[in-house]
Ligand binder design. Structure first.
Ligand code: ADP
Ligand code: ZN
Ligand code: ZN
Length: 745
């Protein structure tokens, strides 16, 4: 029985004076007091409602956090109006948002704003999306499933209502049960309309699909996750080992108890394919998908249906972690290592890390799954903080792929490909199978230079080169999106000897199309897949099993299950070996393992060819010979020796400014301030100010100081003090931010 009465919406019982304490979306780390709007009594006030409030010369949408009777301020302004009759944030989500604001040193009002979908952030009343629901009458509930046999549509509707209790008008329409059918039941006094909360936008109709029989490993994993109560588990399961099946079973378990399931996926993981798989498994449940492809109104509907407890399953990308879920029963994080779970600007938070905090406060299990766990989660699992679960074998008949290295130094390469690699691709296609070529760079070439004077096409706003995009005849900056028309002569010496250096996906597409004329070449990168639907459509021939050559960036590395891909080529494995970022090898290992994992996921055996200039490099050797698991454990040892995260807590204080001197000066002062509070010691270390890896971006120079500490608590206290100090030192032209558990340098 799935009931959706909003939980514990208790009006505040107070005496004569009620003061609203509100989270206002401004960059200040505090709450703001207002008087209730004219004509609103204390009985109408519920924390979790939105109010329109005057702030400076604007009206802002704020969220009521508390109702109090005293304020330190003598003069209070009244709020302009109350937007929601019912609160839209329940008590637990308010507590969770406050926790996150404290942990990430974020202004709490901005965090509330980040939690809301745009339409609600702008102040549209939630009543706008109220729904009509069709419910059985007592008489209707008394009928057997076999009743109404002479009217097929009416019987279908009756059976659906008997099974699910009630259905929204939108959902019924989406199933082809229109108002005539509903009317027929109503006229027989078997059903009636009631008005109720928002229902999620209906998904594409799919054929229901039964669950496969679990294998022993999967069953052990599922049994090891307690059905209720808080627990955190890491599921380290090789690619294709059936992790998704484990998520589906854990979801089913929560749904059977009348609870909501939350599944977080990486940005590029929320594809129509993923949604179809879940919809096919749970045809009778209400699924809310929160993704960027939705129009504002649809997204608000999905969000409200989750927040009111109507949606049973909520699938979303990182910001979905802030959606109130009053019946939450389990949290699942797919591809937990994925960088998109970390928000890199504005309110900087990690949805992956927060999922464990949320699970604890809701007292429910959380499972983090990946074939290539982050060192953070692996560290937590190996030290016993998380339960460590493994799936070592591929599900069904699939075998692990066979990996070989192809040295590229001193080889005659053709457009970056070794001859034997091209031969393998040809053989694969001729056998009627599919090959996948991974190139981690979109565009035609990553650099354009003049062979006569050495001119190099740079971005005028960033410390970065421009990428040549031949298809659109542009030079483009991948950091700030600056564009200029493609040039055919050198702007400096007018020579026509311009040289495009290196290869991106467009260039390789040209070459491979030319080399394998009889087969379709499908290029998948951000330029060919402006929408999720476009990606789905692009991959259609591959899903149909026709021989074809897939070529693309890391968009191809995740999530896709293409059983006919038997050869994977990694064109250049060396990217992460020599970076200044200590996380680069970890990311490289994850990417290579994930790409390699696309090979041989069906009944046919898979091969992976890895091109490298440094085939003897010990990290590459370890990764290719012993796999990501051994590789990651080695990296973790190195992080211990270097006293870097995840062994230590790390935060960055960032500053950026058009004038580099000011950013550096601000951070030097910041460091002095911090060191006066807590001098550096073996337990607490400061580094910087130093320039960020990308020193200049969009015309602003970027610097940071790095603080590492043995204890998170100490770091927290320091950063809280720092934020107070920095809020008082306002310089309009300088932007600063605290980046707790920073992922990028
Ligand atoms: P992962 O998420 O670990 O990459 P999936 O859950 O997508 O793996 O499973 C890979 C393939 O194996 C899918 O086609 C899935 O349907 C299939 N599969 C998963 N579990 C089983 C099982 N117990 N028996 C048969 N096939 C399975
Ligand atoms: Zn020149
Ligand atoms: Zn730029």
């Amino acid at each position: 029985v799935r009931d959706f009465a909003p939980e514990g919406a208790q009006p505040h019982a107070l005496g004569a004076r009620a003061i609203l304490r509100l989270a206002v979306p401004v960059p200040l780390r505090r709450l703001f007091d207002y008087l209730p709007p004219q004509g609103l009594g204390a009985d109408d006030l519920c924390p979790g409602q939105r109010f329109l409030v005057p702030f400076g010369n604007r009206d802002l949408v704020a969220v009521l956090v508390d109702v109090v009777s005293e304020s330190p301020l003598a003069e209070l302004k009244p709020a302009t109006e109350c937007i929601d009759r019912q609160p839209i944030f329940d008590a637990r989500s308010r507590q969770f948002l406050q926790w996150a604001a404290d942990y990430y040193q974020a202004p709490v009002g901005e965090l509330y704003a980040a939690a809301l979908p745009v339409a609600l952030r702008k102040g549209k009343p939630s009543d706008h999306w109220a729904e009509q629901w069709l419910e059985l009458t007592t008489e209707g509930k008394g009928l057997p499933e076999t009743a109404l046999a002479r009217a097929k549509k009416q019987q279908e509707l009756l059976q659906l209502l008997l099974k699910t209790g009630r259905q929204s008008r939108t959902a019924l329409n989406a199933r082809g049960l229109n108002s005539t059918v509903c009317k027929a039941l109503i006229e027989r006094n078997l059903a009636h309309w009631v008005s109720g909360p928002t229902a999620p936008p209906p998904l594409e109709e799919v054929e229901p699909q039964a669950a496969p029989e679990l294998n022993d490993e999967q069953r052990e994993v599922i049994d090891a996750v307690p059905a209720s109560g808080f627990s955190a588990s890491l599921l380290e399961g090789t690619t294709g080992s059936g992790k998704t099946e484990v998520y589906l079973r854990l979801m089913a378990r929560a749904l059977a108890r009348g609870e909501q399931a939350l599944l977080l996926v990486p940005e590029i993981g929320l594809t129509p394919q993923t949604l179809r798989r879940i919809a096919a498994r749970f045809p009778d449940f209400r699924i809310a998908a929160l993704h960027s492809g939705l129009a504002d109104g649809e997204r608000a509907r999905a969000w409200l249906s989750a927040a009111s407890g109507v949606a049973d399953i909520v699938i979303g990308t990182r910001s979905a972690i802030f959606t109130p879920l009053p019946r939450l029963g389990v949290i699942l994080i797919d591809e937990e290592h994925d960088g998109s779970f970390k928000q890199q600007d504005g309110v900087r938070y990690s949805a992956r890390d927060l999922s464990v905090v949320l699970a604890k406060s809701a007292d429910v299990p959380v499972l983090l799954g990946s074939a290539t766990p982050s060192l953070e989660s692996l560290h937590n699992a190996l030290s016993g903080r998380y339960q460590h679960l493994r799936l070592r074998h591929r599900a069904g008949n699939a075998r692990p792929p066979q990996i070989s290295v192809v040295p590229t130094l001193h080889q005659q390469l053709q457009e970056g490909f070794a001859p034997q690699v091209l031969r393998h691709i040809g053989d694969t296609l001729n056998r009627g199978e599919q090959a996948l070529v991974f190139i981690n760079r979109r565009g035609y070439a990553p650099a354009l230079t003049c062979d006569d004077c050495g001119w190099l096409a740079d971005c005028p706003h960033c410390s970065a080169k421009l990428t040549l995009h031949r298809r659109s005849r542009h030079l483009r900056c991948h950091h700030c999106d600056y564009r200029m028309r493609e040039v055919h002569s050198c702007p400096q010496c007018h020579s026509r000897n311009l040289n495009a250096l290196g290869a991106g996906t467009e260039r390789s597409e040209d070459f491979l199309t030319h080399s394998f004329r009889n087969f379709p070449v499908i290029r998948v990168d951000r330029d060919t897949t402006a929408t999720k639907q476009a990606l789905d459509k692009l991959l259609e021939p591959a899903r149909n099993g026709e021989p074809c050559l897939l070529l693309g960036t890391q968009m191809l590395a995740k999530g896709h299950h293409l059983p006919k891909v038997t050869l994977v080529v990694i064109q250049d494995a060396d990217g992460g070996l020599f970076s200044a970022d200590f996380r680069a090898p970890e990311r490289m290992g994850q990417l290579l393992e994930q790409v390699a994992g696309r090979a041989g996921r069906g009944d046919l055996p898979g091969h992976v060819l890895v091109q490298s200039r440094y085939p003897e490099h010990p990290l590459l050797q370890l990764l290719l010979n012993r796999g990501y698991g051994a590789f990651a454990r080695q990296l973790l040892e190195e992080r211990k020796i270097a006293q870097l995260p995840p062994v230590r807590a790390m935060a960055l204080v960032r500053a950026e400014c058009e004038e580099p001197r000011w950013a550096e000066e601000f951070l030097a002062n910041a460091r002095n301030y911090l060191e006066a509070l807590a001098p550096s010691s073996p337990e607490l270390q400061y580094l910087g100010p130093v320039p960020a890896l990308l020193e200049r971006k969009s015309g602003r120079f970027r610097f940071y100081i790095q603080i590492t500490a043995d204890k998170r608590g100490l770091l927290q206290q320091l950063l809280a003090r720092f934020c107070q100090w920095a809020e008082g030192n306002r310089n309009r032209r300088l932007r600063w931010a605290v980046d707790m558990d920073a992922q990028e340098l």
